[in-house]
Write a protein that binds this ligand. Sequence first.
Ligand code: ADP
Length: 258
Amino acid sequence: EEPASNGPAPAPALPGVRHVIAVGAGKGGVGKSTLALNLAVGLARLGRKSGVLDGDIYGPSIPTMLGTDRYQVRASGKTLIPFELHGVKAMTIGALVDDDKPLIWRGPMAHGAFQQLATQTDWGELDELVVDLPPGTGDVPLTLSQTLPLTGAVIVCTPQKVAQDDARRAIAMFRQLNVEVLGLVENMSFFVCDHGTEYDLFGRGGAELLASQEGIPFLGSLPIHPLLRVHADAGDPSANFDRDESLKASLEGICRTL
Ligand code: ADP
């Protein structure tokens, strides 16, 4: 008799996709979706074929940040046609979620929906598919992390001690799943005022310290920058690279580590 299996079935391969990179966070609101999208856009600008898969079922924000919320997902038979904007192919679990009706997802249900979304989307040839996971280390993010053949995971955290504790749990989750932690990004690291003075609002450097304690690479930091929020709300991520040299440098620096 077969032993009962607890975990989901093995992740199906995504033909044509060379690397699947998850972006995770110990909790919500730290900039996980912002980083996931800007990584995909930044990689495309460095000449890679990139895509972004929005799996944040609790609050899919990629559609707004990429400007696809104005459009319906198109399908051809069972194949979903990804959006193509800012050089990036994109698909969102938001296509399956009603904006006004909060859905209660259990692991198996989220697993099924997410797997279908990933495998039925016509990604073509991609060097990197960046996946925006739900925050935290609960049942749903854990299950979704096992749904795709991940090359590795990037973890976002803000500098505070409490944020590091959350990030440490996220690192432990990926390690438990045998997913390589590619590194840590510190978001909201510092704030630069109009006069150029830098303020370490949350205690800059916390994530770098955590990375060294955990023996994982530190991939770089992003400042608190009003334009990051403005361009996210406007659905124009390319503007982060075109309108501000320092943002461009920070984002490209992180992309080059991947
Ligand atoms: P998460 O995916 O972790 O919940 P988001 O990426 O959705 O977080 O970011 C939450 C909000 O904070 C968004 O409005 C986003 O535009 C804003 N934001 C994220 N990072 C920054 C930053 N470094 N500077 C300014 N605003 C930011």
